[in-house]
Structure formats: C-alpha cells, structure tokens
Design a protein around this ligand. Sequence first.
Ligand SMILES: [Zn+2]
Length: 636
Amino acid sequence: MIPRGAGRVARGRSEVPFPAIAAALCLLVSTLAAQAPRPVEYRLSFPAPQHHWLAVDVRFPDLEDAPLHVRMSSASPGRYARHEFAKNLIEIAFTGAGGAPVQVDRRGPAHWEVAGHGGTVRVRYRLFGDRVDGTYLAVDATHAHMNAPATLLWAEGLEERAARVTLARPEGADWNVATQLFPTGDPLTWTAPNLAYLLDSPIEFSDFALRTFTVPDPADPAYRPTFRVAVHHAGSEAGLAAYVAAVESVVRETVPIFGEFPRFETGAYTFIADYLPAASGDAMEHRNSTVLTANAGLDSPGSRTRLLGSVAHEFVHAWNVERIRPRSLEPFDFTAANVSGDLWLAEGFTNYYGALILQRAGLVGLAATLDRFARVISTVTNGPGRRLRSVVEMSRMAPFTDAATAIDPTNFRNTFISYYVWGEAIGLGLDLALRERTGGRATLDDYMRALWQEFGRGGDDVPGVVARPYTPADAEAVLARVAGDAAFARDFFARYIDGREVPDYARLLRQAGILLRPVAPGRASLGALPLGGGMRVVRSTAYGSPLHTAGIGRDDTITSFDGRRVASASDLRRLSGSKRPGDRVRLGFRRLGRNMETTVTLAADDRIEIVPAESTGASLSPAQQAFRRSWLGSRQ
Ligand SMILES: [Zn+2]
C-alpha cells in the first residue's frame, strides 16, 4: 500500500522531458521545492524509562482540508503475522492548527479519522514497550530499542512525505543513536525520505559500543561502504573485538556471492545488536541495517558462534528480500498480514547461505555444518506436513506461524514445516543439482547473482522502494538461464517447489565426498515418542507414524508392548529395536480409565547422518576434493 505511490513519483520524475532547457528545469525544480510540503515531525522523549514507556509528539503539517486518517501499524516488514502495535498505547490526544480541538472518529483498533484540523494535526501519545527483539518496542533504564512500526503513528496519503525524528535523552543518560535513518548535523535528529523508509528504520538509543570498518566493493573499489557495529551488551572488550572481527569476515565472505555490495543509501550498513539478559532471541532484516537480539554474551566462543548465524542470515537479506524482493511482499501493507508463497526463496535460501557463509569463512567446522544439513534434510524428508502442503503453501502459512499467537491449540507439528528449513533444504539441493548438471560451471551463487542483477540492483531512486520485484515465474526463468536448460528449471520447480518431492541428497552429496546414511540401518522403530512424564502421550502423534496409524492419540497412556509392561520411553525403544521394520505388535494403552489394545506396525528407523567420506576411512577423488573446495571453500 505505501510504496506503490512512491513508485509512481519515481516514474513520473523520469518522464520530465529531457531536452528541456536548463533554465526551465531550474525553475521547475525550484518551484517544486517551494511547494514541497514540510516533513512529518516526530519528537521522542523518555521521562521515566525505568517504567517502560516513551512519549511521542507527532506533527503532520501542510494538510489538505479532507479528514486525516492516522494509523498505527498492524504489521512489520520481515514479520509475516499480524501484530497489533496499537494495543500498548497508554493515552493519545489529537489537536489541530494552533492547538484547536479536532473531531476524532475511532474507525478501527488502529485507525483514527481526524476532521476539522485546519491544515495541521498534532498527535501526542504515550506507549508502553518491554520486549527487546526485532519486532516490538522496549524502553528501560539502559536503552530505548525501537522497531518503527511498533513505535510511530503515520497518516494515509502522506506516504511520500519526508520525516524528521528527534530524540531527547532521558535526564542524566549518555545515550546515542544507532539507525539507518539519514543523519543531520544534530546527532539526535535523523530523517527519512518517505514513510516506507521511516517504518523500515529501527532505532537503538543507548550507551552502546560502536565499532566500524570498511570493505571495498569487489566490482568498484572506489565504493567503500562503512559497516557500523553498534552493540549494547555487558561483556568484555576482548569478546566484543572477537565478535566484530567475525562480523567483518561474514561481510567479506558474503559479497563475492553477489559480486558487489548494494548501494546503501547513506553509504553505511549498521548492525544493531542487543545481547542482554532481557533480550529475546531474534534477528530482523532492514534495507541498510539489521537488528540482532539474544540473551547471550560475546565472551565465550561457542556463544559468539551461535550469534554469527543470524549475522550472516540478516546480511544476506541486504540483497535477498530487501532488494531482490518478491512481488508478493511489495508494496508492504502495514495494516494487514502479508501473504507470500515465495518465502522458501526469500527466507529459506537466506538460511542456507547463513550456514554456507559461516562454513566458507571458517567460523564453524565441517562437522557442525553437516550436522545442520542432516537435521534440515531429515525435518523435510520425514516431516508429516509434507504429505499435505508444498513449500509454497507452507510459505503462505507464515501469518499463522511467524511469531503469531493464538489461545486455541494448533496442529503445526503435523501440518506445517517451516519455510526456513524446507527452503534451506531446497537451496542445498539446488546448489548441488546445478553443480552436477553443469559440471560445476553454474552454482547457486550464480543464480543469486543473476537474480541480483536482474531484480535487485539499480532502481534505487526512491529509498525504501523496490522498483522491480520478482514473481515465481521470474525465479524459474532466471534458473533456466543460469542452468542453460529450461527443462531442468521446469522439472526442479514442478517437483520440489510446486510439488512435494525431495531431491536425492545422498547422490548429490557424494559429489563432494560426503555420505548421507541411516543412523541405524535395518532397525525397527515406533518413530518419535511424544510422551510426557510416565507413558502418557502429551501431543498429537505424527501423521503416518506407527502410533498414529494404530490410533494412539493425545492423553492415551501406553501400558504394554508385545505383552510386556512398559514404564518408560527407553523401554519402548529397546523393545521395538529388537523387532524388524514391518513387524506387527500388540500395544496396550489406557484411555479415559479403560484398558484397551491395538496393533502397531513398526517402521524403519528414519534417522540419518551426514559425514565426510574420509571419516569412514575412504579417500576423496580429485574431483570430489575440487567439488568440495568450490562449494564449501572461502571465496574471498
Ligand atoms: Zn530472514
């Protein structure tokens, strides 16, 4: 809804007749400048930060006579469920020109219609916020951590207006601002060229540690964007230094995938990290920044490594999602849930690169990466949700699953597989399949770079607006071109993206001298055992699993297996492990106080592991060594 109008302005501008004489253009520009309405002004103050609220004073000047529709967002880019940010308003008051009263009609939970304003509307409100993450708002004695849609009211029809945001420090606080907003001469005043950019700009206002580095663009060494790492944490200087060094190596390892950096509009990209005991684990992408939050410290290497996965994932988003953007998410609707069938590519491929970049940069070991891929492949291959929906349909479930809350139970263990995980599995499969198909001439990196060149780069004349979003048909057409093989692209999309098949990972991984194999070949299993204390089933049994097929459900208590009493999950595992897949066994259980019996058919143990061939005593062929280097080795 918002950026569409801004896009029209951009196209209109380019239609100014080029041969017009310079004087006329100057006159036109100065006339336009004279007529340009003043920006929307936001003033943020924090009179009692320890009580978790802030005060906002907004002025919408130079309005036409019509009523102004003021809104609080119900969605935030990068979060796909609805979030009602208006629920935390403490109080709100509206006035018109000269402080005169206005007529206010509450049109919805987050929508006010303001009439009789005389050309200016001023809104003053207080807002409670106590969640440190990438979506919400947190104010406390140490900081104000603000996601813009959770904090700032806005008005319909003013989407193309610039905005100015001025912050006032709490008394005695030595706080500074970390944000992707545009700087001014005043360190506490920042601007945005339009509403889409404003609402995409989180603000951390605290006594954070700031480190910066620059990295030359590989395609244009004169372009050296600055990377700012603003960290609000309680750890040591040494931990911070190690973290910042790792962030730099993530940046250096990511850029070769796309061949160049995006043109960050302010010349800088900002990592805003809050690693605090009160923080929730989260990470959120923005156009020229990211917010990273966790209840974790920087001082132990293991903890740092866990944080770096999010760093890599979010930095990939500076290309994939922020600029290579699906049409289903552009323009973003701040008043409703945004449904996209493309999150397998937008989030899933980003997840795959999060893992791959850490591996290529040497920030994790091979065993950890292969364990992760084994979990990903296993979740997708064995996940009951795959019987029901494709990854495109899973993407469209994001409004129900992405930090969405509900008080009635869901059955997502059976009906949903995360598009992050399934999309990562597809990214892995496509990378290996492209390399196999083309003898290593084309890779997923080439695919991402081709998407970047066609849809991501350029078109930056309106910051915050993606001029050329892609469709699923575009994504397939680019794959056909990169593979040099339209039939391959059609087949891949039909089977693994629109369909519900999984690639043959064992064959694909063998190219790199890596083995995918069952953990316990030939062993019988009852599958996952959703048992609580004792033998009571505490969750839905998995669709298609032996227990589910035998009719066992939540609140049944298993009492015997093959005529023997069982008292623990390990009893069940031991007894079922002594049978063969396909064996039929009597299973006793108690339901609503009655003893009952059913017959269960044992399945094959479906656990898998992925290991380097050399760990089994085999040696790698030169082709396998070269494949592995090209895939997992550093590209710097
Ligand atoms: Zn993401």
